[in-house]
Design a protein around this ligand. Structure first.
Ligand SMILES: [Fe+2]
Length: 167
């Protein structure tokens, strides 16, 4: 089966070995990215790329913690992410043409200030909403996060999450 998303998700969850925070984070970002992609009426190809990037977006954290003296800095993650992302995607039989596009989304999902493709914007919004639920931002941070949002569905769900922080 080409682009076997079920296989990809299962192998990433197994790789995380039941790590509570990361496992739940992956599942939540995946669910929101799927929702945002469908609301934006992405093509089938774009939707598959976005969802795979959501599953893999933080894949380098575990490796860095275990192999880089516990240092999962952005620089370290960016160094190892392409290798890990490629490995997981190949094992799940993703089309070779998808792989660089998914790597790009994974590498750029914290680059809030640069110009963003539509897929990257959706991934960033999904990740930020989940991050805000997981650790409440103060008012200043909440305003900063809010300014990053562009899509109607993202803004709507962020407002629900931050209704105490932004009035
Ligand atoms: Fe994340």
């Amino acid at each position: 089966m080409i682009n076997n998303e079920t296989n990809l998700l299962r192998s990433v969850l197994c790789y995380e070995q039941g790590h509570v925070r990361r496992t739940q984070h992956i599942l939540k970002v995946f669910a929101l990215a799927k929702l945002f992609g469908e609301q934006e009426k992405l093509s089938v190809e774009e939707q598959q790329i976005l969802q795979a990037a959501a599953i893999l977006h933080d894949i380098a954290i575990k490796y860095c913690k275990e192999h880089c003296n516990g240092d999962a800095s952005q620089d370290n993650q960016k160094r190892v992410a392409p290798i890990l992302v490629t490995r997981f995607l190949k094992e799940a039989n993703y089309l070779p043409s998808y792989i660089p596009r998914i790597i790009d989304l994974v590498l750029c999902h914290h680059d809030y200030d640069n110009a963003k493709s539509k897929l990257l914007q959706l991934l960033i919004e999904a990740d930020l909403i989940v991050n805000c639920y997981e650790s409440r931002p103060d008012h200043k941070k909440a305003e900063y996060v809010k300014a990053i949002f562009q899509t109607d569905s993202g803004k709507e769900l962020l407002a629900l999450c931050l209704k105490e922080e932004i009035k």
